[in-house]
Every structure is written in structure tokens, then in C-alpha cells.
Ligand binder design. Sequence first.
Ligand code: E4P
Length: 216
Amino acid sequence: MKFFADTAEIDDIKDLAATGLLDGVTTNPSLIMKSGRDFIEVTREICGLVDGPVSAEVVALDHAGMMAEAEKLRKIADNVCIKVPLTIDGLKTCKALSGDGTMVNVTLCFSANQALLAAKAGATFVSPFVGRHDDNGFDGMQLISDIRLIYDNYNFGTEILVASVRHSVHVLEAAKIGADVMTAPPAVIRGLFKHILTDKGIEGFLADWAKTGQTI
Ligand code: E4P
């Protein structure tokens, strides 16, 4: 499963990229607002830090407006992935851009039927929001499971990008289902490295090593 960082914070992206385990980045208008940075500038900087796809979201609601924004965004770098909402105009835009060889991430997906439409529109990625789904009394992971089944039934090439990830159990469940990608806030990704028994184990080994009086 590929790991994307769901952030526009440069320091976090640099830090995670240095692990060699970061496969891409996703941003959205709220994350750009939080960063306080200029959208185009920060997207260009992020694209230079990771080789994989960097999702940049359009804000127009109509097809012509989305195409005009996508035109500006895709000029930023070769690894820009245009993010469009799961609406009729969003999917028209997806079809046009993907037919043109541009990566497209269809976002704000909340049903398996929507994911089916995104795949038919040629999306590179579909982003089902598991956290927001759970928040509203639905089962986010059941949604991922249903999309996996449908995509496998028809051999769709669209990658399932599990979004709105809130904790490590979301990551674990997504991997068990066979999702292609997950995007999570940096704190959730860092949390995946941690285990109390790893820390305790290191502590015990170092204490015993000190008693040997040896060095490596
Ligand atoms: C990523 O592409 C999404 O925009 C993001 O994961 C949404 O997460 P949130 O529900 O925590 O805002």
C-alpha cells in the first residue's frame, strides 16, 4: 500500500520524505489555508520534495472553470495530480484530463456507486473519506471493501486512495482490504512506527549492552 501525507506543511513533508517511505502528498483547500502559503508556490515546493503524485484541488464548480484551473495547476510540475470533486462537472473534467494523460484524483467520494462513476471517468485515484463517513454514522471501512470488490469485478485501474484517515486502525484495515493508497496526517503516519514494546525492548537491550563494556 502506498503512503501519501495529507498536508501542505513543508517541514512535515521533508521529514517524512527522508524516511524513504513517502509515496506522495495530498492537499485540499483547507490544508492550503492552514499552511498560510500561496497555493501555486507551496504546490511547486511540495512537487520538488517528492517524486510521487501531489494532489492539488480545483475550486471551480463548473467544467469550464475546473479545466481552466487544472490548466494552471498541471503546469506546476509533472507530478501534479488534479483533484476534482465527485460531481457531474468534476467527472466530466476527470474524463477530459485523464484522456489527455493527466493524473486525476476524484475526491469527496462517499458511496461505492460514486466510486464506480469515478472509475468509468478514468480517474487515476478515487478518494473515499473514511473518517468523515464514520463521523456521520456510516461504516467507512465497509465502503472501502465495497469499492475494492467492484473495482476487482471489472478490473478497473483506478486506485483506491483511502482519505480522511484519523488513526492507525484505519491504516491497518485499509491494508487488510487491499486499498492501493492511504493518505494520512503526518502525526498518524509517525504513530505507525511506534510500539511500547519496541521502546521497552531497546531500553532493555541497551542496559544489558552497557554491562558488557563493549563498543561496536
Ligand atoms: C485528502 O485527500 C482529503 O482531502 C483529506 O484526507 C480529508 O481529511 P479530513 O476529513 O480529515 O479533512
